[in-house]
Design a protein around this ligand. Structure first.
Ligand SMILES: NC(=O)c1ccc[n+]([C@@H]2O[C@H](COP(=O)([O-])OP(=O)(O)OC[C@H]3O[C@@H](n4cnc5c(N)ncnc54)[C@H](O)[C@@H]3O)[C@@H](O)[C@H]2O)c1
Length: 254
C-alpha cells in the first residue's frame, strides 16, 4: 500500500524544476497526477517518463493566468481521473524575462502586475477551479506555494515577495471558509532551490550564498521539498490546515 493510493492530484508548473519533482514523487507514492503546464512539449516528455516508471500521469497544456483555460484543464483532469483529491498550485516565479532587478520604486508597473497575476491570482484561480471537485469528493487538500523570501525580504524582488506573501492571508481565509467541507489549505514555502536543469555558475554561486544562512548549510534541491508535498496530499495531514510550512533548511524561522 502506497501512501497516496487512490489520490488524484493536480500539479501546476509540472514540466520543470520543483513542480516536476512534485509530480514525480506524488506519482511514485501512488497518486494519479494531472500535470498542468504552459510548456506542453516538455510536460508531455516528463509525463511519459513517469508512466514508463510505472506511475500515472496525465499532461495537460494550459496557462494558469487564464481562468477559463485553467478551469477547463482542471475539469478535464477530474473527469479523466474519476475524481480530484488535491491541487498543488506550484506554477509561479517571474516569467518576465529578464526580470528588472531594481529598487522597489523603480519596478515597472507591468512587471508588478505580472508578478501578482502569476504568483497570487493563479492560486485563486486554481482554488476556484478545484473546489467544486474537492467538494464532490467529500474533501481534499489544497497546497499553495509561497517562498521563504516572505520571511527574509529580498532587495530588488519586492513584487515577487509581496505577491507570495499575499498567499498567507489568502490561505488562512479560505482555510476557514473550506474547513467545514473537509478541504484543507496549506502553504509550502521553499528556500532558494537549485531548480534549474542546467544552472550557470553564477546561479549556483547565488544559491550557495543563501545556503550559508541555513542551520543545515547546504544547497536546497527539489528533492528536499517533495516529502512535505506528499505528506500534505496524504491523509497523514488530515487535521492540518491554514498552516505555512517553511522548507528551507532553517534559514528563516517564523
Ligand atoms: N526555485 C526557488 O528558489 C524557489 C524558491 C521559493 C519559491 N519557489 C516557488 O516554487 C515554485 C516552483 O519554482 P521553480 O524554481 O521550480 O520554477 P521554474 O521556473 O523552474 O518552473 C516553473 C514551472 O511553471 C511553468 N509555468 C510558468 N508559467 C506558467 C503559466 N503561466 N501557466 C502554466 N505553467 C507555467 C513553467 O513552464 C515551469 O514548468 C514557484 O511558485 C516559485 O515561485 C521557488
Amino acid at each position: 500500500m502506497n501512501r497516496l493510493d487512490g489520490k488524484a492530484v493536480v500539479v501546476t508548473g509540472s514540466a520543470h524544476g520543483i513542480g516536476r519533482a512534485y509530480a514525480e514523487r506524488l506519482a511514485a507514492d501512488g497518486a494519479m497526477v494531472a500535470m498542468l503546464d504552459i510548456d506542453g512539449r516538455r510536460n508531455d516528455e516528463v509525463a511519459a517518463r513517469i508512466r514508463a516508471a510505472g506511475g500515472s500521469a496525465l499532461p495537460i497544456t494550459t496557462d494558469v493566468r487564464d481562468f477559463a483555460a485553467f478551469k477547463s484543464a482542471v475539469d478535464r483532469a477530474a473527469a479523466e481521473l474519476g475524481r480530484l483529491t488535491g491541487i498543488a498550485n506550484n506554477a509561479g516565479m517571474l516569467n518576465v524575462v529578464p526580470i528588472t532587478r531594481c529598487a522597489f520604486e523603480d519596478i515597472p508597473d507591468a512587471e508588478w502586475d505580472e508578478s501578482f497575476r502569476l504568483n497570487t491570482k493563479s492560486a485563486w484561480y486554481g482554488c476556484k477551479a478545484a473546489v467544486p471537485h474537492l467538494r464532490a469528493n467529500g474533501g481534499g487538500s489544497i497546497v499553495n506555494v509561497g517562498s521563504s523570501t516572505i520571511f527574509r525580504g529580498v532587495p530588488t524582488r519586492a513584487h515577487y515577495v509581496a505577491a507570495k506573501a499575499a498567499l498567507i492571508g489568502f490561505n488562512r481565509t479560505i482555510a476557514r471558509e473550506l474547513g467545514k467541507d473537509g478541504i484543507r489549505v496549506n502553504l509550502v514555502c521553499p528556500g532558494s532551490t537549485l531548480s534549474e536543469e542546467d544552472p550557470s555558475e553564477a546561479t549556483v554561486r547565488m544559491r550557495e550564498e543563501v545556503a550559508k544562512t541555513r542551520c543545515i548549510p547546504r544547497l536546497e534541491r527539489p528533492a528536499d521539498l517533495v516529502g512535505t508535498m506528499s505528506f500534505l496530499m496524504s491523509d497523514d495531514s488530515a487535521f492540518i490546515t491554514g498552516q505555512t510550512f517553511l522548507v528551507d533548511g532553517g534559514s528563516a524561522m517564523h
